[in-house]
Design a protein around this ligand. Structure first.
Ligand code: F6P
Length: 539
């Protein structure tokens, strides 16, 4: 069973939403709140340790009903079932999409081509656990007999962003190992990391699903050359491990088969942190915390699979996002975590969301004439308040925003926490209500300054309030966005799990690289030819 294939704009609910939009676009949310004292309760989902308030959106009960109808009409239920059943829903790459299996309990039944993959998954998990414990406890040692102090993750895209974001987010839970991430092919990245390292005490984890990625292989080779200046070839076995589906290429690089952590083609790169791609996470915070991260994601999977759409967090967030993207024509969405630990969260989601849903051809291969993938950006509050919030509050663009906060702090300093959360709450209140001319006047503002101090308000936000930042709650939060991506892809009738859009630039770069060392230059547009010649003349 493949995915349903329904043009969203041909559905009845879409047409109804278009009509309905005309009545909603001028409505002030603050009036909706004034008219209905139950509004916040009606539009809040209380699930586990998540409190998701979506009442500060430009929706009414009618909007919500129509959006839910849209989910039914595009056969979202069928699509969810199809994904979890291991069907080949990544049709353009002929693959199943089963990152959810990676966090499922051992007795689950996830089949790929008729074979239950749980045994394989648990074999790899056992290997991750054993390896993590050996490194963390000092049983596994370097070539001069010293225990490891540093771990370097070498990878890019999904083989970097997920592990890097989680390690950063879970800093509080970290052990003694120092972790580093090398991703960019810019030599400054690897050089700056190497500077801090002692080859005798450093473990290198090369993560590349394909083991053909230019950036990762260049960085891995540079590091290997640097390492071999102090150690001999044999020492590679103690210091280099790889996570990949491409055993042949890993072995050709010089890594022992026992040091390869397998992954599978039914796990997409940007959804792979739950697999051995998360080895650096496990090393950094210990296997139990890694397991808790997986368990949190699994709880969100169950919620997504089983909950009615009206109280299904990823479904509701996806529908609201479609409402702004396709009807209000909002171009972007901001993700604002009120936690410095989630510093890299928006960057991580940029790949997850934009690589998945940045598509302009539907599931029939037809060019589409409606908007798809949103532009994602964001930074933690309160820093972002002192940076780009001016534009969200008083600019001309509509920017729906997710505010993510934690009721309990990890640091335990209640003074800081109260100040943080007061800002967290105040910003969404300000975005909702704005400030009227009358209010500005009442503050005694000089007449000529009044218009500049007015806030229109009516700016939509979701508040995702979670009890505490733990490996488990982080797992839930990441999985929540993964499922939101899926729902949006289903509604937009696109394939969310390929990424052909990254190929063209790679192909041209490899041609241009060859031209640097050749006397002839291929036929380029005049701009590219000039730039290429400029570079060649300079180096
Ligand atoms: O940027 C394209 C991409 O294929 C991503 O989807 C992937 O996460 C990244 O490159 C890295 O790929 P690999 O793990 O094969 O090195």
């Amino acid at each position: 069973m493949s995915l349903p294939n329904i043009n969203p704009i041909s559905t009845n609910s879409w047409k109804k939403l278009q009509e309905h939009f005309k009545t909603i676009k001028g409505v002030e949310m603050k009036n909706l709140f004034a008219e209905d004292s139950e509004r916040a309760n009606k539009f809040t989902i209380n699930w586990d340790d998540f409190y998701v308030d979506f009442s500060k959106n430009r929706i009414t009960e009618e909007t919500f009903k129509l959006l839910l109808e849209l989910a039914e009409e595009v056969k979202l239920k069928e699509a969810i079932k199809s994904q979890f059943s291991g069907n080949i829903i990544n049709q353009t790459e002929a693959r199943a999409v089963l990152h959810t299996a990676l966090r499922a309990p051992k007795n689950a039944n996830f089949k790929v081509n008729g074979i239950n993959v749980m045994a394989e998954i648990y074999d790899v998990k056992q290997k991750i656990e054993g390896f993590t414990n050996d490194v963390v406890n000092g049983h596994r040692i370097g070539y001069t007999g010293k225990t490891f102090t540093d771990v370097v993750n070498i990878g890019i895209g999904g083989s970097d962003l997920g592990p890097a974001m989680v390690v950063d987010s879970l800093q509080y839970y970290k052990n003694h190992l120092n972790t580093h991430f090398v991703s960019n092919v810019d030599g400054d990245h690897v050089n700056e990391v190497i500077k801090k390292l002692n080859p005798e005490t450093t473990l290198f984890v090369i993560v590349s699903k394909t083991f053909t990625t230019q950036e990762t292989l260049s960085n891995a080779n540079t590091i290997k050359d640097w390492f071999l200046k102090s150690a001999n070839q044999e020492a590679i076995g103690k210091h280099f491990v790889a996570v990949s589906t491409n055993v042949k290429n890993v072995k050709a690089f010089g890594i022992d088969e026992n040091n390869i952590f397998p992954m599978w083609d039914w796990v997409g790169g940007r959804f792979s942190l739950w697999s051995a791609v998360g080895l650096t996470i496990s090393l950094a915070v210990g296997y139990n915390n890694f397991e808790n991260l997986l368990q949190g994601a699994n709880k969100m999977d169950d919620h997504f699979k089983n909950e009615d759409f009206e109280s299904n967090i990823p479904v509701v967030l996806a529908l609201i996002s479609v409402w702004y993207n396709n009807f209000f024509k909002a171009e972007s969405e901001a993700i604002i975590p009120y936690s410095q630990y989630l510093n890299q969260f928006a960057t991580y989601l940029q790949q997850g969301i934009m690589e998945s849903n940045g598509k302009s051809v539907d599931r029939n291969g037809e060019t589409i004439d409606y908007q798809t993938g949103t532009i994602i950006w964001g930074e933690p509050g309160t820093n972002s308040q002192h940076a780009f919030f001016q534009l969200i509050h008083q600019g001309t663009k509509l920017i729906p925003a997710d505010f993510i906060g934690f009721t309990k702090s990890l640091h335990g300093n209640q003074d800081h926490q109260d100040k943080l959360i007061s800002n967290f709450l105040a910003q969404t209140e300000a975005l909702l209500n704005g400030k009227t001319k009358e209010e500005v006047v009442a503050e005694g503002t000089p007449k000529d300054i009044i218009p500049f101090k007015v806030f229109q308000g009516n700016k939509p936000t979701n508040t995702i309030f979670i009890n505490k930042l733990t490996p488990e709650s982080l797992g839930k939060l990441i999985a929540m966005y993964e499922h939101k991506i899926f729902v949006q892809g289903i509604i937009w009738n696109i394939f969310s799990y390929d990424q052909f859009g990254v190929e063209l630039g790679k192909q041209l770069a490899s041609k241009i690289l060859q031209e640097f060392n050749s006397l002839t230059i291929n036929n380029h547009d005049s701009s590219t030819s000039n730039l290429l010649n400029h570079y060649k003349n300079q180096v």
